[in-house]
Write a protein of this length. Structure first.
Length: 269
């Protein structure tokens, strides 16, 4: 399915999604509006046949309008994008915290709107997106949106948007938690006597390899793999006793996710 796609905002996430569409062969269908585009992205888009920051009359009637700006900027951008509603596109917002009802107030009461939350691994086609649609989204528009999101990785749909703030806290913000784990593991390696370069390489490779293993063995739960690598009385068990103690990693992660979900709700007010 091909369709004209208007992307408003080409920061890290917007550009990552657009690169996925280019890889799908959709380059000529993409128009991007971005005041400060990355030079490399702009070249890739133009090479693929897309347009960036064209005159308004050249944008035409898009079938999908993707709003990829920060929540604090979204109202102004959405109100301006409402002019495209005449062509009855599906509007897709990836801004954290902003509800379908609020988007509808800005885009129009009858606008077809999908609220989606992708994450940064979309940049390499290994992202995780979760989406919810309002009542005006048609089956064809949902299929188109799903196809666009699949360019960035997996897609799951919710019957309503109630859980999207939790999704934001788990998968939307989750890559930062993993990167922090790499930082912490590398720092711990230095404290144990490794050189900074070696500690960094080992931490990155270990986390990346473990993630690849989870992906390669989807039938095995993370808890099962953890037990598989933990020999009774061994070094891993000694470390896990610290990480799994009261006040250890699990309650800390629970508090972190709750804080992120709370902030997502605040951003949507």
């Amino acid at each position: 399915m091909t369709a004209s796609i208007l992307l408003i905002g080409a920061g890290r996430m917007g550009a990552a999604m657009a690169r996925g569409w280019i890889a799908q062969g959709r380059g000529p269908d993409i128009t991007v509006i971005e005041p400060n585009p990355d030079a490399g992205f702009a070249r890739a888009l133009k090479k693929a046949g897309g347009m960036i920051n064209p005159a308004a009359k050249r944008i035409g009637a898009p079938k999908a309008v993707v709003l990829a700006v920060k929540p604090q900027m979204l109202e102004g951008v959405a109100r301006d994008a409402a002019r495209f509603a005449i062509s009855k596109p599906v509007f897709v917002s990836i801004a954290a915290g902003v509800t379908l009802a609020k988007l509808g107030a800005w885009l129009g009461d009858t606008a077809a709107i999908v609220r989606a939350m992708p994450n940064l691994p979309a940049a390499i086609g290994q992202g995780a997106s979760v989406a919810a649609a309002n009542a005006h989204v048609t089956r064809a528009q949902k299929a188109l949106t799903g196809d666009l999101l699949k360019a960035a990785g997996s897609v799951d749909w919710l019957d309503n948007e109630d859980a999207i703030d939790a999704v934001t806290a788990v998968s939307g913000s989750g890559p930062a938690y993993v990167f922090l784990l790499v930082e912490a593991l590398a720092a711990a390696g230095v404290a144990a006597g490794l050189t900074p370069d070696l500690a960094q390489r080992l931490a990155r490779t270990t986390v990346a390899g473990s993630g690849a293993l989870l992906d390669a063995w989807p039938e095995r739960e993370a808890a099962t793999l953890r037990r598989d690598v933990t020999s009774p009385g061994g070094t891993t068990e000694a470390a896990l006793k610290v990480l799994m103690a009261n006040g250890g990693l699990q309650p800390l992660m629970t508090r972190a996710v709750k804080a992120a979900a709370k902030r997502a709700k605040e951003l949507g007010r």
